[in-house]
Design a protein around this ligand. Structure first.
Ligand code: ADP
Ligand code: S3P
Ligand code: MG
Length: 185
């Protein structure tokens, strides 16, 4: 795969949010984009728009492999073609090598990290809209959480989201990004 957008200035790179379902990627990405005056793209919302159905329906009627293919097509293309966006990924997309590689080469990747204890408190509000959670026991979800954490460790910056509000996290990221942009030589 040829990856474009590698050699662009740091302040033009897409900012890409990764992390487990419910970590706050969509909520914080939207806030961060507003604060930076950038366009916001949520991969799931864009896939829903492109294919004309909700993610839950894609899983139900076309199956998970079809959804993973849609994610790969959409995110790899986005990494190649766009700059200066804030992009929130779906939690499973970073498991695909091509997506991970395209994001890490072309963007600034922030991992929104939270502990299993904090995550469990969000479980009830996630279950209806995350098909991946519906077919698993809590023990299996914990296993998935731990195995994905290893993959998410491949990032540029990690932000712990256990105790702060989305607003505080977005503010922290703005400060962090501005420091990086100012220090670029
Ligand atoms: N820092 C936070 N503190 C408390 N609740 C949060 C926080 N970030 C997100 N949430 C809540 O968790 C749920 C999942 O958030 P969402 O942004 O959809 O996560 P993701 O896109 O990572 O799956 C939402 O109900 C959201 O309001
Ligand atoms: O982790 C996953 O496999 C998924 C995460 C979801 O996005 P969020 O991480 O925004 O919840 C969505 O892409 C889909 O339900 C699958
Ligand atoms: Mg999301």
């Amino acid at each position: 795969m040829i990856i474009k957008n590698i050699d662009i200035p740091l302040n033009q790179k897409n900012i890409i949010l990764i992390g487990f379902m419910g970590a706050g990627k969509t909520t914080i990405g939207q806030l961060l984009a507003e604060k930076l005056g950038r366009r916001f793209l949520d991969a799931d919302q864009e896939i829903e728009r492109l294919h004309g159905m909700p993610v839950t329906e894609i899983f139900k009627s076309l199956g998970e492999p079809a959804f993973r293919q849609m994610e790969k097509d959409y995110i790899v293309e986005l990494c190649q073609q766009s700059r200066e966006q804030v992009v929130s990924l779906g939690g499973g997309s970073f498991m695909q090598d091509e997506i991970r590689s395209a994001c890490l080469h072309s963007g600034i990747v922030y991992h929104l990290d939270l502990t299993w204890e904090s995550w469990k408190e969000r479980f009830a509000e996630l279950i209806d809209t995350r098909p991946i959670l519906q077919s698993r026991s809590i023990e299996e979800i914990e296993e998935l959480f731990n195995s994905r954490k290893i993959i998410y460790a491949d990032n540029h910056h990690t932000v712990n989201v256990d105790t702060l509000t989305p607003e505080q996290i977005a503010d922290h990221m703005v400060r962090h990004l501005r420091t990086q942009w100012e220090n670029e030589v």
